[in-house]
Write a protein that binds this ligand. Structure first.
Ligand code: GTP
Ligand code: MG
Length: 151
């Protein structure tokens, strides 16, 4: 089953949105296979966002991501990478549709509450940065046959 990497950014934690955001993903039918609250170090943030190194917003992005605890998780489900990106909404909350997380909970591109990996390859890379293999759990949920026609 496809996996993605998701982070509730420091603003999401400070604004008490952890439960609401996790509920959206649970309600959709995705399975949480790993999750933790953590403080991201500068070194880790720079590795995560290395594709943006050299861009004008890079330093402020690293300041933002390291500004307080975040919740990181691995979600599993059918087409979960694209599905989570859709649920997150456009990078700039001003352009994010209502009903998306950024559309409903954010106003500023530098405080856009949530991160989701942008491809299956990025997801694998980010999962390996934030989690050890033994932190990823394999388990079944009884609701699965009510979420998927074919198992
Ligand atoms: P992530 O899921 O966080 O990776 O967002 P994204 O994939 O929708 O956007 P992208 O990877 O291009 O940018 C990473 C993050 O950098 C964004 O989520 C923003 O927090 C921040 N960012 C991107 N562009 C800008 C910008 O023009 N200005 C500022 N201040 N921040 C930006
Ligand atoms: Mg990105």
């Amino acid at each position: 089953m496809e996996r993605t990497f998701v982070m509730i950014k420091p603003d999401g934690v400070q604004r008490n949105l952890i439960g609401k955001i996790i509920s959206r993903f649970e309600d959709k039918g995705y399975r949480i296979v790993a999750m933790k609250l953590m403080q991201v170090t500068r070194d880790l943030a720079e590795r995560h966002y290395e594709e943006h190194r050299g861009k004008p917003f890079f330093e402020s992005l690293i300041d933002y991501i390291t500004s307080g605890p975040v919740v990181v998780m691995v979600l599993e489900g059918k087409d979960v990478v694209a599905g989570v990106r859709k649920m997150n909404g456009a990078t700039n909350p001003a352009e994010a549709a209502p009903g998306t997380i950024r559309g409903d909970y954010a106003l500023d591109i530098g405080r856009n509450v949530i991160h989701g990996a942008d491809s299956v390859e990025s997801a694998q890379r980010e999962i390996s940065i934030y989690f050890k293999e033994e932190e990823l759990l394999n388990y079944e949920k009884v609701t699965e046959k009510w979420i998927y026609e074919y198992e």
